[in-house]
Design a protein around this ligand. Structure first.
Ligand code: SF4
Length: 180
């Protein structure tokens, strides 16, 4: 951390529904307090296009399902001093991970041939290639903190960030659980 009063934060969503980011925004008026102590320097919530060289806290929502997700997770690990896996998709694969019950070819065939009536074809231009299986974030990079929940409640996200601002490592395990 740069100091215990002000931290830089980067967030990204991988294979997720954005619900964890919405829960982040649900901390409502506390966002004003947070804005005094946190600089969100890269996120779907801001305009920055490049992940800065060094970030205090990285937050990843969603599982690692594609080559693009893998690249993003690795980039966050390289650039972020402290990496948080936010939400059940990031922590355990959750809904995206359900496709692991079937081979990737069967999943693609089901989605783009069996359930399509007009011009069925598997998209391969301008879309990231899917990995053979879905991984939680810690399946591909080291993670420093896991925050369960689908999504994790806003109060828990607030607690985690507040503790980090104070220079303490939060323990969200007692405040949330899978699927909560
Ligand atoms: S954990 Fe739940 S809310 Fe978060 S990205 Fe996954 S499905 Fe959406």
């Amino acid at each position: 951390m740069t100091d215990t009063q002000h931290i830089t934060v980067a967030t990204a969503w991988l294979d997720g529904c954005s619900g964890c980011h919405m829960s982040f925004l649900d901390i409502d008026e506390r966002l004003f307090t947070l804005a005094q102590k946190v600089d969100i320097i890269y996120s779907p919530l801001v305009d920055a296009k490049e992940l800065p060289e060094s970030v205090d806290v990285g937050i990843l929502e969603g599982s690692v399902s594609s080559e693009e997700d893998l690249k993003k997770a690795q980039e966050f690990r390289r650039h972020c001093k402290f990496l948080i896996s936010l939400g059940d998709c990031a922590v355990c694969g959750n809904i995206p991970g359900m496709r692991n019950l079937f081979p990737l070819d069967a999943v693609l065939h089901r989605a783009y041939h069996e359930n399509v009536q007009k011009n069925p074809q598997i998209p391969n231009v301008g879309v990231p290639r899917l990995l053979p299986t879905v991984q939680p974030v810690h399946g591909v990079v080291e993670v420093d903190l896991f925050v369960q929940g689908c999504p994790p409640p806003a109060d828990v996200i607030w607690h985690v960030l507040s503790e980090l601002i104070q220079g303490r490592t939060p323990d969200p395990m007692t405040l949330t659980r899978f699927g909560k």
